[in-house]
Ligand binder design. Sequence first.
Ligand SMILES: [Zn+2]
Length: 456
Amino acid sequence: MVFGKKKAKPASDQLSIGGEDVVIPPLEIKTVGVAKDEAQGLMIAARQLPGYPVALVLLANGISARADRILMDYSAQGAVVRYRVDGQWEALPPLDRPTGDAALVVYKKMFGLNPVERRAKQDAKFTTNFKNTDWVVAYTSAGVPSGERVLFQIDTKKPTIKTLSDLGMRDAMQETFRGMLNGDKGIVLVSGPPGQGLPTSWRVSLESADKFVRDFVSLENKAEAEAEIINVSQNLFEIGEEEGPEAKFEKMLLKQPDVLVMPSLINSYIADRVIDQITKLGKHSITRMVATDSVEAIIKLLSTYKTEARVIVKLLSGVLNQRLVRSLCDKCKQPFQPTPQLLQKLGIPAGRVQKLFQPTIPPPPEQRVDAKGNPIEIEICKKCNGRGYYGRMAIFELLTVDDKLRQVILKSAGNPDAIRQFAKQNGHLGFQEEGILACALGMTSLQEIQKMMAAK
Ligand SMILES: [Zn+2]
Protein backbone atom coordinates (compact mmCIF):
# COMPACT_ATOMS: atom_id res chain seq x y z
CA MET A 1 0.00 0.00 0.00
CA VAL A 2 2.58 2.47 1.12
CA PHE A 3 4.73 1.86 -1.95
CA GLY A 4 1.92 1.54 -4.47
CA LYS A 5 0.80 4.27 -6.81
CA LYS A 6 -1.97 5.24 -4.47
CA LYS A 7 -3.89 8.39 -5.07
CA ALA A 8 -2.96 11.37 -2.96
CA LYS A 9 -4.66 11.37 0.39
CA PRO A 10 -7.86 13.38 0.21
CA ALA A 11 -7.53 16.90 1.53
CA SER A 12 -9.24 17.57 4.82
CA ASP A 13 -12.37 18.92 3.13
CA GLN A 14 -12.82 15.82 1.02
CA LEU A 15 -14.10 12.41 1.75
CA SER A 16 -14.30 9.19 -0.11
CA ILE A 17 -17.75 7.72 -0.71
CA GLY A 18 -17.83 4.58 -2.84
CA GLY A 19 -14.25 5.24 -3.98
CA GLU A 20 -15.01 8.76 -5.18
CA ASP A 21 -13.64 11.77 -3.40
CA VAL A 22 -16.37 14.12 -2.35
CA VAL A 23 -15.91 17.74 -1.39
CA ILE A 24 -17.68 18.69 1.81
CA PRO A 25 -20.45 20.99 0.65
CA PRO A 26 -20.59 24.60 1.90
CA LEU A 27 -23.71 24.03 3.93
CA GLU A 28 -23.81 26.38 6.87
CA ILE A 29 -26.38 25.22 9.36
CA LYS A 30 -28.11 27.67 11.67
CA THR A 31 -30.23 25.88 14.22
CA VAL A 32 -33.36 27.82 15.13
CA GLY A 33 -33.87 28.52 18.83
CA VAL A 34 -30.28 27.90 19.92
CA ALA A 35 -28.28 30.90 21.15
CA LYS A 36 -25.52 32.00 18.76
CA ASP A 37 -22.60 31.16 21.06
CA GLU A 38 -24.01 27.79 21.93
CA ALA A 39 -24.75 27.01 18.25
CA GLN A 40 -21.17 27.89 17.35
CA GLY A 41 -19.85 25.55 20.02
CA LEU A 42 -22.11 22.76 18.79
CA MET A 43 -20.95 23.23 15.19
CA ILE A 44 -17.27 23.17 16.18
CA ALA A 45 -17.85 19.95 18.10
CA ALA A 46 -19.83 18.41 15.22
CA ARG A 47 -17.09 19.18 12.67
CA GLN A 48 -14.64 17.06 14.69
CA LEU A 49 -16.87 14.02 14.47
CA PRO A 50 -16.05 11.26 11.94
CA GLY A 51 -19.61 11.29 10.56
CA TYR A 52 -19.57 14.99 9.67
CA PRO A 53 -18.75 14.67 5.94
CA VAL A 54 -21.38 11.97 5.31
CA ALA A 55 -24.00 13.89 7.31
CA LEU A 56 -23.42 17.04 5.30
CA VAL A 57 -23.16 15.36 1.92
CA LEU A 58 -26.50 13.56 2.46
CA LEU A 59 -28.23 16.84 3.21
CA ALA A 60 -26.56 18.86 0.47
CA ASN A 61 -27.12 16.18 -2.19
CA GLY A 62 -30.77 15.98 -1.15
CA ILE A 63 -31.25 19.72 -1.54
CA SER A 64 -29.33 19.69 -4.84
CA ALA A 65 -31.57 16.88 -6.10
CA ARG A 66 -34.61 19.08 -5.25
CA ALA A 67 -35.77 16.64 -2.57
CA ASP A 68 -38.44 18.05 -0.25
CA ARG A 69 -38.09 15.12 2.15
CA ILE A 70 -35.12 13.04 3.25
CA LEU A 71 -35.99 9.90 5.13
CA MET A 72 -33.44 7.74 6.96
CA ASP A 73 -34.55 4.35 8.26
CA TYR A 74 -32.25 2.69 10.75
CA SER A 75 -32.40 -1.03 11.37
CA ALA A 76 -29.96 -3.56 12.81
CA GLN A 77 -28.35 -3.94 9.36
CA GLY A 78 -27.81 -0.31 8.49
CA ALA A 79 -29.55 2.81 7.31
CA VAL A 80 -31.64 3.23 4.18
CA VAL A 81 -31.74 6.80 2.92
CA ARG A 82 -34.48 8.01 0.59
CA TYR A 83 -35.00 11.32 -1.16
CA ARG A 84 -38.46 12.45 -2.23
CA VAL A 85 -38.17 14.32 -5.52
CA ASP A 86 -41.31 15.58 -7.28
CA GLY A 87 -43.39 13.29 -5.07
CA GLN A 88 -41.36 10.14 -5.91
CA TRP A 89 -39.23 8.32 -3.36
CA GLU A 90 -35.74 7.40 -4.56
CA ALA A 91 -33.55 5.08 -2.48
CA LEU A 92 -29.84 5.75 -2.18
CA PRO A 93 -27.29 2.94 -1.82
CA PRO A 94 -27.74 1.78 1.80
CA LEU A 95 -25.31 2.95 4.46
CA ASP A 96 -23.70 0.41 6.76
CA ARG A 97 -24.68 0.78 10.36
CA PRO A 98 -21.49 2.50 11.66
CA THR A 99 -21.55 5.08 8.83
CA GLY A 100 -25.26 5.74 9.30
CA ASP A 101 -24.90 5.99 13.07
CA ALA A 102 -21.96 8.35 12.79
CA ALA A 103 -23.99 10.71 10.56
CA LEU A 104 -26.94 10.64 12.93
CA VAL A 105 -24.76 11.55 15.91
CA VAL A 106 -23.61 14.59 13.93
CA TYR A 107 -27.16 15.77 13.23
CA LYS A 108 -28.21 15.41 16.85
CA LYS A 109 -25.08 17.15 18.05
CA MET A 110 -25.47 20.06 15.61
CA PHE A 111 -29.10 20.62 16.58
CA GLY A 112 -28.36 20.51 20.32
CA LEU A 113 -30.24 17.23 20.77
CA ASN A 114 -29.25 14.14 22.73
CA PRO A 115 -27.14 11.81 20.49
CA VAL A 116 -27.63 8.84 22.82
CA GLU A 117 -31.43 9.07 22.78
CA ARG A 118 -32.70 6.76 20.04
CA ARG A 119 -36.28 6.14 21.12
CA ALA A 120 -37.94 9.36 22.23
CA LYS A 121 -39.02 11.85 19.59
CA GLN A 122 -36.60 14.72 19.10
CA ASP A 123 -37.05 17.61 16.73
CA ALA A 124 -35.24 20.71 15.56
CA LYS A 125 -35.36 23.29 12.82
CA PHE A 126 -32.54 24.94 10.94
CA THR A 127 -32.01 27.45 8.18
CA THR A 128 -29.30 27.44 5.57
CA ASN A 129 -28.36 29.32 2.43
CA PHE A 130 -27.37 26.86 -0.26
CA LYS A 131 -27.26 27.29 -4.05
CA ASN A 132 -28.32 30.93 -3.68
CA THR A 133 -31.56 29.97 -1.95
CA ASP A 134 -32.67 30.28 1.66
CA TRP A 135 -33.96 27.01 3.04
CA VAL A 136 -35.88 26.07 6.17
CA VAL A 137 -35.44 22.46 7.23
CA ALA A 138 -37.36 20.64 9.95
CA TYR A 139 -35.72 17.60 11.54
CA THR A 140 -37.47 14.81 13.45
CA SER A 141 -36.11 11.55 14.79
CA ALA A 142 -37.96 8.92 16.77
CA GLY A 143 -37.78 5.26 17.65
CA VAL A 144 -39.96 2.94 15.54
CA PRO A 145 -40.46 -0.85 15.96
CA SER A 146 -37.74 -1.61 13.37
CA GLY A 147 -35.22 0.84 14.83
CA GLU A 148 -35.15 4.60 14.36
CA ARG A 149 -36.57 6.90 11.74
CA VAL A 150 -35.20 10.31 10.79
CA LEU A 151 -37.05 12.79 8.61
CA PHE A 152 -35.92 16.08 7.13
CA GLN A 153 -38.63 18.30 5.65
CA ILE A 154 -37.09 20.82 3.29
CA ASP A 155 -38.80 24.04 2.23
CA THR A 156 -37.66 27.21 0.57
CA LYS A 157 -37.98 30.20 2.90
CA LYS A 158 -39.85 32.16 0.25
CA PRO A 159 -42.53 30.45 -1.80
CA THR A 160 -41.26 29.67 -5.29
CA ILE A 161 -44.73 29.31 -6.80
CA LYS A 162 -46.34 32.71 -7.12
CA THR A 163 -48.78 32.67 -10.01
CA LEU A 164 -51.44 30.44 -11.49
CA SER A 165 -49.11 30.00 -14.49
CA ASP A 166 -46.40 28.71 -12.13
CA LEU A 167 -48.92 26.10 -11.05
CA GLY A 168 -49.54 25.15 -14.67
CA MET A 169 -53.03 26.60 -15.15
CA ARG A 170 -53.72 27.25 -18.82
CA ASP A 171 -54.44 30.85 -19.84
CA ALA A 172 -58.09 30.49 -20.76
CA MET A 173 -58.85 28.85 -17.42
CA GLN A 174 -56.95 31.57 -15.57
CA GLU A 175 -59.17 34.15 -17.17
CA THR A 176 -62.36 32.32 -16.17
CA PHE A 177 -61.09 31.65 -12.66
CA ARG A 178 -60.02 35.28 -12.12
CA GLY A 179 -63.48 36.30 -13.25
CA MET A 180 -64.92 34.13 -10.48
CA LEU A 181 -62.50 35.44 -7.83
CA ASN A 182 -63.13 39.04 -8.85
CA GLY A 183 -66.88 38.59 -9.17
CA ASP A 184 -69.42 39.67 -6.61
CA LYS A 185 -72.44 38.30 -4.77
CA GLY A 186 -71.14 34.78 -4.96
CA ILE A 187 -69.17 31.98 -3.36
CA VAL A 188 -66.05 30.54 -4.98
CA LEU A 189 -64.91 27.16 -3.71
CA VAL A 190 -61.23 26.15 -3.96
CA SER A 191 -60.72 22.43 -3.36
CA GLY A 192 -58.25 19.58 -3.71
CA PRO A 193 -57.45 16.16 -2.27
CA PRO A 194 -55.24 15.93 0.82
CA GLY A 195 -51.51 16.11 0.15
CA GLN A 196 -51.96 17.47 -3.36
CA GLY A 197 -50.91 21.07 -2.85
CA LEU A 198 -54.25 22.61 -1.83
CA PRO A 199 -52.61 25.15 0.54
CA THR A 200 -50.44 26.35 -2.36
CA SER A 201 -53.37 26.70 -4.77
CA TRP A 202 -55.35 28.48 -2.08
CA ARG A 203 -52.56 31.00 -1.51
CA VAL A 204 -51.90 31.53 -5.21
CA SER A 205 -55.65 31.89 -5.91
CA LEU A 206 -55.90 34.64 -3.32
CA GLU A 207 -52.75 36.26 -4.64
CA SER A 208 -54.25 36.29 -8.16
CA ALA A 209 -57.43 38.05 -7.05
CA ASP A 210 -57.60 41.79 -7.57
CA LYS A 211 -57.15 43.15 -4.06
CA PHE A 212 -56.43 46.77 -4.87
CA VAL A 213 -59.97 47.93 -5.45
CA ARG A 214 -61.64 45.74 -2.87
CA ASP A 215 -60.95 44.98 0.77
CA PHE A 216 -60.25 41.33 1.52
CA VAL A 217 -60.48 39.96 5.05
CA SER A 218 -59.99 36.43 6.30
CA LEU A 219 -61.12 34.59 9.41
CA GLU A 220 -58.96 31.58 10.22
CA ASN A 221 -58.48 29.09 12.99
CA LYS A 222 -55.12 29.99 14.51
CA ALA A 223 -54.16 26.31 14.75
CA GLU A 224 -54.48 25.87 10.98
CA ALA A 225 -53.82 29.40 9.79
CA GLU A 226 -51.98 29.97 6.53
CA ALA A 227 -49.15 32.45 6.11
CA GLU A 228 -50.41 36.00 5.67
CA ILE A 229 -51.15 37.18 2.15
CA ILE A 230 -50.48 40.74 1.08
CA ASN A 231 -53.67 42.80 1.08
CA VAL A 232 -55.75 40.20 2.87
CA SER A 233 -56.19 41.30 6.47
CA GLN A 234 -56.05 38.17 8.53
CA ASN A 235 -58.20 37.60 11.64
CA LEU A 236 -57.43 34.62 13.82
CA PHE A 237 -59.56 32.82 16.36
CA GLU A 238 -58.68 30.11 18.81
CA ILE A 239 -60.92 27.28 19.92
CA GLY A 240 -61.70 27.69 23.62
CA GLU A 241 -60.84 31.39 23.59
CA GLU A 242 -63.29 33.63 25.41
CA GLU A 243 -64.08 35.67 22.31
CA GLY A 244 -65.40 33.00 19.95
CA PRO A 245 -65.21 33.01 16.14
CA GLU A 246 -68.74 34.49 15.99
CA ALA A 247 -67.68 37.61 17.85
CA LYS A 248 -64.47 37.84 15.82
CA PHE A 249 -66.52 37.58 12.63
CA GLU A 250 -68.86 40.42 13.68
CA LYS A 251 -65.88 42.57 14.61
CA MET A 252 -64.33 41.87 11.22
CA LEU A 253 -67.50 43.09 9.50
CA LEU A 254 -67.19 46.50 11.17
CA LYS A 255 -64.48 47.30 8.65
CA GLN A 256 -67.05 46.71 5.90
CA PRO A 257 -64.89 44.39 3.83
CA ASP A 258 -65.84 43.46 0.26
CA VAL A 259 -64.58 39.90 0.14
CA LEU A 260 -64.77 37.37 2.98
CA VAL A 261 -61.97 34.84 2.75
CA MET A 262 -63.06 31.81 4.74
CA PRO A 263 -60.81 28.70 4.66
CA SER A 264 -63.81 27.16 6.43
CA LEU A 265 -67.31 28.57 6.96
CA ILE A 266 -66.66 27.39 10.56
CA ASN A 267 -70.22 26.75 11.75
CA SER A 268 -73.84 27.20 10.81
CA TYR A 269 -74.11 30.59 12.49
CA ILE A 270 -71.13 31.99 10.58
CA ALA A 271 -72.20 30.32 7.32
CA ASP A 272 -75.58 32.09 7.73
CA ARG A 273 -73.87 35.40 8.38
CA VAL A 274 -71.63 35.00 5.31
CA ILE A 275 -74.73 34.26 3.21
CA ASP A 276 -76.43 37.37 4.67
CA GLN A 277 -73.48 39.51 3.70
CA ILE A 278 -73.62 38.20 0.15
CA THR A 279 -77.38 38.31 -0.40
CA LYS A 280 -78.16 41.54 1.47
CA LEU A 281 -75.01 43.59 0.97
CA GLY A 282 -73.60 42.21 -2.27
CA LYS A 283 -70.37 40.92 -0.73
CA HIS A 284 -68.33 38.04 -2.14
CA SER A 285 -66.75 35.02 -0.47
CA ILE A 286 -63.99 32.53 -1.18
CA THR A 287 -63.92 29.27 0.74
CA ARG A 288 -62.12 25.94 0.67
CA MET A 289 -62.81 22.21 0.94
CA VAL A 290 -60.70 19.05 0.92
CA ALA A 291 -62.21 16.85 -1.81
CA THR A 292 -61.08 14.67 -4.73
CA ASP A 293 -62.99 16.62 -7.37
CA SER A 294 -65.19 19.67 -7.77
CA VAL A 295 -68.47 17.80 -7.50
CA GLU A 296 -67.37 16.07 -4.31
CA ALA A 297 -66.34 19.46 -2.91
CA ILE A 298 -69.83 20.84 -3.54
CA ILE A 299 -71.50 17.82 -1.96
CA LYS A 300 -69.26 18.00 1.11
CA LEU A 301 -69.97 21.71 1.50
CA LEU A 302 -73.72 21.15 1.22
CA SER A 303 -73.76 18.24 3.63
CA THR A 304 -71.77 20.26 6.18
CA TYR A 305 -74.26 23.14 5.99
CA LYS A 306 -77.53 21.33 5.35
CA THR A 307 -79.87 24.14 6.43
CA GLU A 308 -78.05 26.61 4.22
CA ALA A 309 -77.58 24.17 1.31
CA ARG A 310 -80.20 25.68 -1.04
CA VAL A 311 -78.86 29.21 -0.69
CA ILE A 312 -75.24 28.04 -0.99
CA VAL A 313 -76.05 26.32 -4.31
CA LYS A 314 -77.71 29.54 -5.48
CA LEU A 315 -74.62 31.60 -4.59
CA LEU A 316 -71.93 29.19 -5.77
CA SER A 317 -70.29 30.53 -8.90
CA GLY A 318 -67.38 28.18 -9.43
CA VAL A 319 -65.37 25.32 -7.97
CA LEU A 320 -61.69 24.66 -8.55
CA ASN A 321 -60.07 21.29 -7.88
CA GLN A 322 -56.61 19.98 -8.67
CA ARG A 323 -54.20 17.06 -8.76
CA LEU A 324 -50.44 17.07 -9.04
CA VAL A 325 -48.42 15.49 -11.84
CA ARG A 326 -44.74 15.68 -12.72
CA SER A 327 -43.69 18.16 -15.39
CA LEU A 328 -41.63 16.83 -18.29
CA CYS A 329 -38.05 18.04 -18.31
CA ASP A 330 -37.99 20.60 -21.13
CA LYS A 331 -34.34 19.86 -21.87
CA CYS A 332 -34.74 16.19 -22.73
CA LYS A 333 -38.41 15.47 -23.41
CA GLN A 334 -38.90 13.63 -26.70
CA PRO A 335 -41.65 14.33 -29.19
CA PHE A 336 -43.48 11.44 -30.80
CA GLN A 337 -46.23 11.26 -33.33
CA PRO A 338 -49.31 9.69 -31.76
CA THR A 339 -51.00 7.01 -33.83
CA PRO A 340 -54.60 7.64 -34.96
CA GLN A 341 -55.64 4.80 -32.62
CA LEU A 342 -54.01 6.51 -29.64
CA LEU A 343 -55.62 9.85 -30.50
CA GLN A 344 -58.97 8.16 -30.79
CA LYS A 345 -58.48 6.45 -27.43
CA LEU A 346 -57.61 9.81 -25.87
CA GLY A 347 -60.67 11.43 -27.45
CA ILE A 348 -58.57 13.89 -29.48
CA PRO A 349 -60.07 14.67 -32.91
CA ALA A 350 -57.82 13.60 -35.82
CA GLY A 351 -55.45 16.32 -36.99
CA ARG A 352 -55.70 18.33 -33.77
CA VAL A 353 -52.48 17.16 -32.12
CA GLN A 354 -49.38 16.50 -34.25
CA LYS A 355 -47.10 15.43 -31.45
CA LEU A 356 -47.06 14.39 -27.85
CA PHE A 357 -44.01 14.10 -25.60
CA GLN A 358 -42.41 11.40 -23.52
CA PRO A 359 -39.68 11.52 -20.88
CA THR A 360 -36.11 10.45 -21.60
CA ILE A 361 -35.26 7.82 -19.00
CA PRO A 362 -31.78 6.31 -19.44
CA PRO A 363 -31.40 2.58 -18.69
CA PRO A 364 -30.11 1.74 -15.20
CA PRO A 365 -26.27 1.65 -14.91
CA GLU A 366 -26.06 -2.16 -15.04
CA GLN A 367 -27.79 -2.16 -18.45
CA ARG A 368 -25.53 0.45 -20.00
CA VAL A 369 -23.52 -2.17 -21.90
CA ASP A 370 -23.28 -3.26 -25.51
CA ALA A 371 -23.95 -6.77 -26.84
CA LYS A 372 -20.47 -7.88 -25.73
CA GLY A 373 -20.98 -6.58 -22.25
CA ASN A 374 -18.69 -3.57 -22.68
CA PRO A 375 -19.86 -0.45 -20.91
CA ILE A 376 -21.23 2.25 -23.17
CA GLU A 377 -21.38 5.95 -22.46
CA ILE A 378 -24.90 7.30 -22.19
CA GLU A 379 -25.43 10.99 -21.91
CA ILE A 380 -27.54 11.82 -18.89
CA CYS A 381 -29.54 15.05 -19.00
CA LYS A 382 -27.85 17.52 -16.68
CA LYS A 383 -31.06 19.34 -15.84
CA CYS A 384 -33.19 16.45 -14.58
CA ASN A 385 -30.36 13.99 -13.91
CA GLY A 386 -32.07 11.28 -15.93
CA ARG A 387 -35.39 11.52 -14.13
CA GLY A 388 -37.12 12.72 -17.32
CA TYR A 389 -39.19 15.08 -15.21
CA TYR A 390 -38.41 18.35 -13.52
CA GLY A 391 -40.78 19.78 -10.92
CA ARG A 392 -44.49 19.32 -10.62
CA MET A 393 -47.57 21.07 -11.89
CA ALA A 394 -51.24 20.91 -11.10
CA ILE A 395 -53.92 19.66 -13.43
CA PHE A 396 -56.93 21.80 -12.64
CA GLU A 397 -60.59 21.15 -13.01
CA LEU A 398 -62.67 24.32 -12.97
CA LEU A 399 -66.40 23.82 -12.71
CA THR A 400 -68.55 26.80 -13.63
CA VAL A 401 -71.82 26.66 -11.73
CA ASP A 402 -74.70 28.05 -13.77
CA ASP A 403 -78.47 27.87 -13.28
CA LYS A 404 -78.86 24.60 -15.18
CA LEU A 405 -76.16 22.94 -13.10
CA ARG A 406 -77.67 24.38 -9.89
CA GLN A 407 -80.94 22.59 -10.62
CA VAL A 408 -79.12 19.32 -11.20
CA ILE A 409 -77.12 19.76 -8.00
CA LEU A 410 -80.28 20.38 -5.96
CA LYS A 411 -82.03 17.40 -7.52
CA SER A 412 -79.08 14.99 -7.47
CA ALA A 413 -77.07 15.87 -4.35
CA GLY A 414 -77.18 12.18 -3.44
CA ASN A 415 -75.89 11.13 -6.85
CA PRO A 416 -72.59 12.86 -7.65
CA ASP A 417 -72.11 10.86 -10.86
CA ALA A 418 -75.31 12.31 -12.29
CA ILE A 419 -73.92 15.81 -11.61
CA ARG A 420 -70.56 14.91 -13.20
CA GLN A 421 -72.27 13.45 -16.24
CA PHE A 422 -74.46 16.50 -16.70
CA ALA A 423 -71.48 18.84 -16.40
CA LYS A 424 -69.52 16.82 -18.95
CA GLN A 425 -72.40 16.81 -21.40
CA ASN A 426 -72.50 20.58 -21.07
CA GLY A 427 -68.89 21.10 -22.01
CA HIS A 428 -67.14 20.85 -18.63
CA LEU A 429 -63.61 19.46 -18.93
CA GLY A 430 -62.75 16.99 -16.16
CA PHE A 431 -59.30 15.86 -15.03
CA GLN A 432 -58.82 13.44 -17.91
CA GLU A 433 -59.64 16.02 -20.58
CA GLU A 434 -57.55 18.69 -18.83
CA GLY A 435 -54.69 16.21 -18.43
CA ILE A 436 -54.69 15.36 -22.13
CA LEU A 437 -54.66 19.08 -22.93
CA ALA A 438 -51.55 19.44 -20.75
CA CYS A 439 -49.96 16.55 -22.70
CA ALA A 440 -50.81 18.19 -26.00
CA LEU A 441 -49.07 21.33 -24.73
CA GLY A 442 -45.98 19.24 -23.96
CA MET A 443 -46.15 19.97 -20.23
CA THR A 444 -46.51 16.42 -18.96
CA SER A 445 -46.70 12.85 -20.24
CA LEU A 446 -49.58 10.47 -20.85
CA GLN A 447 -48.05 8.15 -18.22
CA GLU A 448 -48.40 10.87 -15.60
CA ILE A 449 -52.03 11.47 -16.57
CA GLN A 450 -52.77 7.74 -16.45
CA LYS A 451 -51.20 7.55 -13.00
CA MET A 452 -53.22 10.58 -11.87
CA MET A 453 -56.47 9.03 -13.09
CA ALA A 454 -55.67 5.66 -11.52
CA ALA A 455 -54.84 7.23 -8.16
CA LYS A 456 -58.46 8.06 -7.40
ZN1 LIG B 1 -33.90 16.26 -18.58
